[in-house]
Design a protein around this ligand. Structure first.
Ligand SMILES: [Zn+2]
Length: 157
Protein backbone atom coordinates (compact mmCIF):
# COMPACT_ATOMS: atom_id res chain seq x y z
CA UNK A 1 0.00 0.00 0.00
CA UNK A 2 2.93 2.31 0.59
CA UNK A 3 5.14 1.70 -2.41
CA UNK A 4 8.77 2.65 -2.28
CA UNK A 5 9.13 5.53 -4.66
CA UNK A 6 12.54 6.37 -6.10
CA UNK A 7 13.90 9.44 -4.42
CA UNK A 8 15.12 12.22 -6.65
CA UNK A 9 16.88 14.62 -4.36
CA UNK A 10 17.62 16.94 -7.26
CA UNK A 11 14.01 17.43 -8.27
CA UNK A 12 13.44 21.16 -8.06
CA UNK A 13 10.45 22.45 -6.15
CA UNK A 14 7.92 24.10 -8.44
CA UNK A 15 7.84 27.87 -8.30
CA UNK A 16 4.35 28.48 -9.54
CA UNK A 17 1.12 26.79 -10.54
CA UNK A 18 1.27 23.73 -12.79
CA UNK A 19 0.30 24.97 -16.30
CA UNK A 20 -2.82 22.82 -16.46
CA UNK A 21 -3.99 23.91 -13.01
CA UNK A 22 -3.39 27.51 -14.03
CA UNK A 23 -5.40 27.05 -17.23
CA UNK A 24 -8.30 25.26 -15.51
CA UNK A 25 -8.37 27.94 -12.83
CA UNK A 26 -8.72 30.56 -15.53
CA UNK A 27 -11.53 28.56 -17.11
CA UNK A 28 -13.23 28.29 -13.73
CA UNK A 29 -13.12 32.06 -13.19
CA UNK A 30 -14.44 32.68 -16.72
CA UNK A 31 -17.23 30.09 -16.51
CA UNK A 32 -18.37 31.43 -13.15
CA UNK A 33 -18.37 35.00 -14.52
CA UNK A 34 -20.70 33.85 -17.31
CA UNK A 35 -23.33 32.95 -14.73
CA UNK A 36 -22.83 36.12 -12.71
CA UNK A 37 -20.41 34.85 -10.08
CA UNK A 38 -17.12 36.64 -9.46
CA UNK A 39 -14.55 34.16 -8.19
CA UNK A 40 -11.48 35.44 -6.35
CA UNK A 41 -8.44 33.16 -6.19
CA UNK A 42 -7.04 33.88 -2.74
CA UNK A 43 -4.15 31.37 -2.84
CA UNK A 44 -2.35 29.40 -5.47
CA UNK A 45 1.24 28.26 -5.34
CA UNK A 46 2.66 28.42 -1.83
CA UNK A 47 6.33 28.17 -0.91
CA UNK A 48 7.49 25.72 1.77
CA UNK A 49 8.43 28.68 3.93
CA UNK A 50 4.97 30.22 3.68
CA UNK A 51 3.35 26.84 4.35
CA UNK A 52 5.39 26.49 7.54
CA UNK A 53 4.35 29.99 8.63
CA UNK A 54 0.71 29.06 8.06
CA UNK A 55 1.17 25.81 9.97
CA UNK A 56 2.35 27.73 13.04
CA UNK A 57 -0.85 29.82 13.11
CA UNK A 58 -2.89 28.67 16.06
CA UNK A 59 0.10 26.66 17.30
CA UNK A 60 3.24 28.67 18.14
CA UNK A 61 1.76 31.81 16.53
CA UNK A 62 -1.46 33.73 17.30
CA UNK A 63 -4.71 33.03 15.49
CA UNK A 64 -6.66 29.89 14.85
CA UNK A 65 -5.47 26.81 13.03
CA UNK A 66 -5.76 27.20 9.27
CA UNK A 67 -3.99 24.08 8.04
CA UNK A 68 -2.82 20.67 9.14
CA UNK A 69 -0.13 20.59 6.48
CA UNK A 70 3.49 21.46 7.15
CA UNK A 71 5.79 22.70 4.41
CA UNK A 72 5.95 20.03 1.69
CA UNK A 73 2.72 18.35 2.83
CA UNK A 74 0.30 20.53 0.86
CA UNK A 75 -0.57 20.34 -2.82
CA UNK A 76 -0.22 24.13 -2.80
CA UNK A 77 3.55 23.59 -2.38
CA UNK A 78 3.66 21.78 -5.73
CA UNK A 79 1.50 24.28 -7.62
CA UNK A 80 -1.40 21.82 -7.77
CA UNK A 81 -3.98 23.63 -5.62
CA UNK A 82 -5.83 26.92 -5.43
CA UNK A 83 -8.19 28.43 -2.86
CA UNK A 84 -11.15 30.52 -3.88
CA UNK A 85 -13.64 32.95 -2.43
CA UNK A 86 -16.43 35.08 -3.90
CA UNK A 87 -16.55 38.80 -4.54
CA UNK A 88 -19.77 40.67 -3.87
CA UNK A 89 -20.88 43.67 -5.98
CA UNK A 90 -19.69 46.09 -3.27
CA UNK A 91 -16.18 44.67 -3.62
CA UNK A 92 -16.09 42.59 -0.45
CA UNK A 93 -14.64 39.09 -0.46
CA UNK A 94 -16.91 36.49 1.12
CA UNK A 95 -16.59 32.87 2.21
CA UNK A 96 -20.34 32.68 2.84
CA UNK A 97 -21.44 29.36 1.35
CA UNK A 98 -25.10 30.42 1.46
CA UNK A 99 -24.53 33.57 -0.57
CA UNK A 100 -26.69 33.71 -3.71
CA UNK A 101 -25.41 36.79 -5.49
CA UNK A 102 -26.70 35.82 -8.94
CA UNK A 103 -30.14 35.26 -7.47
CA UNK A 104 -30.89 31.90 -9.08
CA UNK A 105 -31.88 30.22 -5.85
CA UNK A 106 -28.65 28.24 -5.59
CA UNK A 107 -25.58 28.77 -3.45
CA UNK A 108 -22.98 30.56 -5.57
CA UNK A 109 -20.29 28.65 -3.68
CA UNK A 110 -21.70 25.28 -4.68
CA UNK A 111 -22.20 26.43 -8.24
CA UNK A 112 -18.48 27.22 -8.39
CA UNK A 113 -17.65 23.85 -6.83
CA UNK A 114 -19.73 22.09 -9.49
CA UNK A 115 -17.95 23.92 -12.31
CA UNK A 116 -14.59 23.13 -10.71
CA UNK A 117 -15.37 19.43 -10.43
CA UNK A 118 -16.42 19.33 -14.07
CA UNK A 119 -13.03 20.83 -14.94
CA UNK A 120 -11.34 18.00 -13.05
CA UNK A 121 -10.67 19.59 -9.66
CA UNK A 122 -11.04 17.71 -6.41
CA UNK A 123 -12.85 19.78 -3.74
CA UNK A 124 -11.52 20.03 -0.18
CA UNK A 125 -15.12 20.20 1.07
CA UNK A 126 -15.52 16.53 0.16
CA UNK A 127 -12.75 15.42 2.49
CA UNK A 128 -13.73 13.43 5.56
CA UNK A 129 -11.12 14.96 7.86
CA UNK A 130 -10.49 18.71 8.04
CA UNK A 131 -12.94 19.79 5.35
CA UNK A 132 -11.34 22.62 3.43
CA UNK A 133 -14.19 24.41 1.66
CA UNK A 134 -12.22 27.00 -0.36
CA UNK A 135 -9.69 24.41 -1.56
CA UNK A 136 -9.48 22.95 -5.08
CA UNK A 137 -6.70 20.68 -6.30
CA UNK A 138 -5.56 18.44 -9.12
CA UNK A 139 -3.21 15.67 -8.06
CA UNK A 140 -2.81 13.97 -11.47
CA UNK A 141 -2.57 10.69 -9.57
CA UNK A 142 0.43 11.80 -7.49
CA UNK A 143 0.34 11.38 -3.74
CA UNK A 144 2.04 13.83 -1.39
CA UNK A 145 4.42 10.96 -0.61
CA UNK A 146 5.48 10.78 -4.27
CA UNK A 147 5.75 14.56 -4.61
CA UNK A 148 7.89 14.77 -1.47
CA UNK A 149 10.20 12.20 -2.98
CA UNK A 150 10.75 14.36 -6.02
CA UNK A 151 8.22 12.95 -8.48
CA UNK A 152 6.44 15.60 -10.54
CA UNK A 153 3.46 15.46 -12.87
CA UNK A 154 4.57 16.33 -16.39
CA UNK A 155 3.73 19.85 -17.55
CA UNK A 156 1.25 18.59 -20.12
CA UNK A 157 -1.09 15.75 -19.27
ZN1 LIG B 1 -6.01 25.21 -0.15
Amino acid sequence: MNPVVPYDENAPMPEGLHPEVEQKTEELVNSAAEIGIEVVITEGFRSIERQNDLYERGRSAPGSIVTNARGGDSYHNYGLAVDFALRTPDGDVTWDMEYDGNGNGQSDWMEVVEIAKNLGFEWGGDWQHFRDYPHLQMNFGYSIHQLKRGQRPPASQ
